[in-house]
Design a protein around this ligand. Structure first.
Ligand SMILES: Nc1nc2c(c(=O)[nH]1)N[C@H]1C(S)=C(S)[C@@H](COP(=O)(O)OP(=O)(O)OC[C@H]3O[C@@H](n4cnc5c(=O)[nH]c(N)nc54)[C@H](O)[C@@H]3O)O[C@H]1N2
Ligand SMILES: Nc1nc2c(c(=O)[nH]1)N[C@H]1C(S)=C(S)[C@@H](COP(=O)(O)OP(=O)(O)OC[C@H]3O[C@@H](n4cnc5c(=O)[nH]c(N)nc54)[C@H](O)[C@@H]3O)O[C@H]1N2
Ligand SMILES: [Mo]
Length: 767
């Protein structure tokens, strides 16, 4: 007998079809008219051989090999749950007494799973905050540079994290969509917190039918789907700021800038204008100046500048273009270019970030609360910028400059991660691995033997979402979805909530952590709290039982399209921005006052440290883009059928152009070695048109699989690009990751091809 159980995930809503206690298959949520492809992998991952069946401890750790011991090479020894809980509680207590709570690094960055109650990272934060706190993290890997910059220049992060000018407004009003980083179809498969509908696919199709002129500024043609019939402007990676400056120069030189808007709604235009025209540095930022930087012909830039100055234009930038050296600059210049065209605050025009980065940006939705678990307050008050984790581990007592502040790095003794995977997300993994070894104890909660679990000391097996009840919801989506338990916990896996409650219990604080609620009481509580907000906004919704029974609830979309900065546009005095001037800051006294040469007071072109114009390009002549994977979510789902089917010779595909491939004797299907001074990995070559010569691209997310586990610098035989990427902050302002600024060389792999072993459990030793 097959039972259909409503459920949801970051990659879409579905019914789990359960037979004999197993998830046999899934079918898309009936209300989703645009379902994605990733849900097909769900049965594979839930029942994967890589599930962690019981708690384990690293053999060396049990023998006392702790701070300084390399991780990743030892076998694991099974322990029972009681012992595992006692070991973790004992370590927390020992470390907080001996070194203080800041010696516990509990930031635990990562996407976890979609349900808002069993969200592993939030649960861990709650637990650690209950136990006296930890060192936490600020910002994220997605748009750290942008989110630190925006409050200074437009007074809010809404343009990145909140509602953006919505698609119906664009389709009705814009004629040109100028897209830095394109509008890739692949990224719209996911939405943090889950989504009831593939809205992004819907709106892209409608934009295509409306005949909008789409310009895809990207090294990759595939960053705009065919049905958009986009013009492709292949740009050298890391040079968008130079192109934007040149576009602005043409508009100003031809007197087409919106002088009134610049005068009434912006501050600092005189400073930026002087820089554009070369009055401050002797170099006018003309299309001829930009051409050798960007690779885009001056005539193309001139024609495009005239189009965006005269036609209603929406300028969009993908989040990717700020994950690179000086990533604040292209975002500041996006705002400046939109200000110069005067489109800000008008229906469908101006600027926006991330339409092509994730499902739900620009999706019409009322601003209503979603059910969410509070993590409470971190009593230590210490947070580091998320991507500075290796620095922190390397330099206890060192200083991190960030956004006008000086943060002192703690001396980390204990690391605890639940719901994220630094061996997926962090850059320069070989350097990270050396720094990681400095900890005395590393605890992780994971459902699977990912590289994170393999590099830990105490491994706590967590359930997947299919083994528990939860509620999926996102502020970008109109649905709230019931995630009903479909199968019992597999092997000895337990819910993160239950694990953490037991650890708090061992330290005498269970009730403070649980507030004396179990799963059922928590779901009801979170739903009722959000429902009070819906009711206050005049939106009628069913009670919890009605919602749970139906499996979902849907908010009706607003009748009027949302336009970002509409009120400010209409009257900048009545509705000023939350900036020091109340206006858009094209020059920021605050930022200038920080005195950062890597992020001065107005947007500037600065040569990235690694790019095709750098001296290092002589040794490593290819620019590697490590973009988001079409076949999974980061490292999640890598062991599922969709991801596995995409591998080439069992490795992660690497896209390379025909000329670059021919010069190296490489053809499609070859196993290749990708390398630089930081590391090396194997990949499966895919020779393709539609990639700028000199650029290669490999998605993130293949599980790290070192040829020699435990030895930093070892070849990753599977294709994790983060053994190659650079670990440095975008600037002292944002301290975001710079994964996209990375040079490599590629060669054909002629030796026997080592097997990929990472989707099976690591060596286990009976106690
Ligand atoms: N080179 C390069 N690197 C990048 C990027 C890039 O563009 N290029 N992009 C960056 C970006 S934007 C991001 S957001 C990060 C993403 O980095 P992460 O969010 O860290 O990646 P995920 O693989 O989603 O990690 C989530 C982990 O949680 C685990 N998990 C899932 N459900 C549960 C659960 O219920 N309980 C527990 N305990 N664990 C669970 C999963 O198994 C997985 O290992 O990567 C960043 N890294
Ligand atoms: N299927 C799927 N979708 C996802 C994710 C996933 O793991 N899988 N992850 C989600 C997450 S956490 C995030 S943060 C978002 C990230 O969203 P983005 O940051 O927008 O995604 P990317 O795929 O890294 O980059 C988009 C495109 O930018 C182009 N690009 C790279 N460098 C440059 C440059 O210097 N200039 C220009 N003009 N273009 C450049 C690349 O060709 C790439 O295809 O994606 C989300 N969507
Ligand atoms: Mo992200």
């Amino acid at each position: 007998m097959t039972v259909a159980v409503p459920h949801a995930s970051h990659w879409g809503a579905f019914d789990a079809l359960v037979e004999g206690g197993r998830v046999a298959a899934v079918r898309p949520f009936a209300r989703d008219r645009f379902p994605g492809s990733l849900i097909a992998s769900v049965p594979d991952i839930v029942h994967a051989p890589s599930r962690i069946d019981r708690p384990y401890v690293r053999r060396g750790w049990l023998r006392g090999e702790r701070a300084g011991a390399p991780r990743g090479g030892d076998p694991f020894v099974p322990v029972d749950w009681d012992r595992a809980i006692r070991l973790v509680a004992g370590e927390i207590d020992r470390v907080r007494r001996a070194h203080g709570n800041t010696a516990i690094f509990g930031g635990s960055y990562g996407w976890s799973s979609a349900g808002r109650f069993h969200h592993a990272r939030t649960q861990l934060h709650r637990c650690l905050n209950t136990l006296g706190g930890c060192t936490g993290q600020l910002t994220n890997y997605s748009y750290a540079a942008g989110m630190t910059l925006m409050p200074h220049i437009v007074g809010t992060n809404d343009c990145i994290t909140g509602p953006a000018t919505d698609w119906p407004a664009i389709i009705a009003n814009a004629r040109v969509l100028l897209c830095f980083g394109g509008l890739p179809l692949k990224n719209g498969e996911v939405c943090s917190g889950g989504a009831g509908e593939g809205q992004y696919r819907r709106w892209l199709r409608e934009a295509g039918s409306a005949g909008l002129r789409v310009v895809n500024v990207s090294p990759l043609a595939q960053d705009a789907p065919d049905f958009l019939r986009a013009e492709w402007l292949p740009i050298r990676p890391g040079t968008d700021t130079a192109l934007m400056l040149a576009l602005a120069h043409v508009i100003v030189a031809e007197g087409r800038e919106d002088k009134a808007f610049l005068a009434t709604h912006c501050t600092g235009w005189d400073r930026l204008r002087a820089y554009l025209l070369g009055e401050t540095d002797g170099q006018p930022k003309t299309p001829g100046w930009a051409a050798p930087i960007t690779g885009i012909a001056p005539e193309t830039t001139m024609a495009l500048a005239r189009a965006i100055a005269t036609e209603p234009t929406m300028i969009t930038a993908a989040w990717s273009i700020q994950r690179q050296d000086y990533g604040e600059q292209p975002y500041w210049m996006t705002v400046a270019l939109a200000a110069i065209t005067g489109g800000i605050g008008r229906p469908g025009t101006g600027f926006a970030f991330g339409y092509g980065s994730i499902n739900g940006v620009g999706n019409p939705r009322h601003d209503l609360p979603v059910p969410a678990l509070s993590a409470g307050r971190n009593p230590t008050g210490l947070f580091i910028p998320v991507a500075r984790v290796t620095d922190m581990l390397e330099k206890p007592g060192g200083i991190c400059e960030y956004n006008g502040r000086r943060i002192v790095y703690p001396d980390t003794k204990l690391i605890w991660w639940a719901g994220g995977n630094p061996f997926h997300h962090h850059q320069d993994l070989n350097r990270f691995l050396r720094a990681w070894a400095r900890a005395e104890t590393i605890v992780i909660n994971e459902p699977w033997w990912t590289a994170l679990a393999r590099h830990a000391d105490i491994v706590l097996p967590a359930t997947t979402t299919l083994e528990r009840n939860d509620i999926a919801a996102s502020s970008r989506d109109r649905f709230v979805l019931a995630m009903r338990q479909a199968i019992p916990p597999q092997a000895q896996a337990r819910d993160d909530f239950a694990i953490l409650a037991d650890i708090c219990d061992a330290l005498g604080l269970r009730d403070r952590f649980t507030e004396q609620r179990d799963e059922a009481a928590w779901l009801r509580h979170l739903y009722d709290t959000a429902r009070a907000g819906w009711t206050a906004s005049g939106v009628e919704t069913p009670d919890f039982d009605g919602f749970w029974e139906a499996g979902f609830l849907e908010f009706t979309p607003p009748e009027r399209p949302f336009v970002l900065f509409e009120g400010f546009r209409a009257d900048p005095y009545a509705d000023p921005l939350n900036t020091p001037s109340g206006k858009i800051e094209l020059y920021s006294e605050t930022i200038a006052g920080f005195g950062y040469d890597d992020c001065p007071g107005h947007p500037v072109w600065k040569e990235p440290k690694e790019w095709l114009g750098a001296p290092a390009a002589a040794r490593y002549p290819l620019h590697l883009l490590s973009f988001q994977p079409a076949t999974r979510l980061h490292g999640q789902l890598d062991q599922g059928r969709v991801s596995l089917a995409s591998k080439v010779a069992g490795r992660e595909p690497v896209l390379i152009g025909p000329a670059d491939a021919a010069a190296r004797g490489i053809k499609t299907g070859d196993v290749v070695r990708i390398f630089n001074d930081r590391g090396a990995c194997l990949g499966g070559a895919v020779v393709t048109e539609g990639i700028l010569p000199g650029v290669v691209a490999m998605a993130t997310g293949a599980w790290l699989d070192p040829l020699e586990p435990g030895a930093p610098g070892s070849l990753c035989v599977h294709g994790n690009p983060n053994v190659l990427t650079r670990d440095e902050g975008t600037s002292r302002l944002g301290q975001g990751p710079v994964a996209q600024s990375c040079l490599v060389e590629i060669e054909r792999w002629t030796e026997p091809v080592p097997p990929v072993r990472v989707h099976a459990p690591p060596p286990i030793e009976e106690a």
